[in-house]
Design a protein around this ligand. Structure first.
Ligand code: SF4
Length: 110
């Protein structure tokens, strides 16, 4: 039973709050993104993680619920289980904040 609940990820309200916090962190970080190498490393770790919904590529942790294609790209984001390598010295310029935010909400229906 607990495993099934965990597979569903956080409820919609929690996802919206988590997304708002993530967007705030990203904006405060100047919209910085990680390099392609770090991005691919992060996604590789997620694909082997039990908290990853592989079909949707969504993190199912209660403090997350994010689309990993976006989360793994933003420098300000961290893995809720601390499985990602540090990206403090790794960034490229950002610039897609608003489009990604709207798409993220659209991709997470109730
Ligand atoms: S962000 Fe962390 S907890 Fe979430 S799926 Fe990736 S490795 Fe797993």
């Amino acid at each position: 039973m607990a495993a099934k609940k965990e597979q569903q990820g956080p409820p919609l309200g929690r996802r919206v709050i988590n997304l708002a916090k993530a967007v705030t962190r990203h904006v405060r970080d100047g919209g910085q993104k990680v390099s392609d190498i770090t991005y691919q490393r992060r996604l590789e770790i997620c694909r082997s993680c039990a908290s990853c919904d592989l079909g949707r590529m969504v993190c199912l942790e209660m403090n997350c619920g994010c689309k990993l294609a976006r989360k793994a790209r933003w420098r300000s984001e961290v893995c809720p289980l601390n499985r990602w390598p540090s990206s403090s010295d790794d960034c490229v310029s950002g610039g897609e904040r608003h489009e990604e935010t709207e798409n993220s909400i659209a991709m997470h229906p109730p």
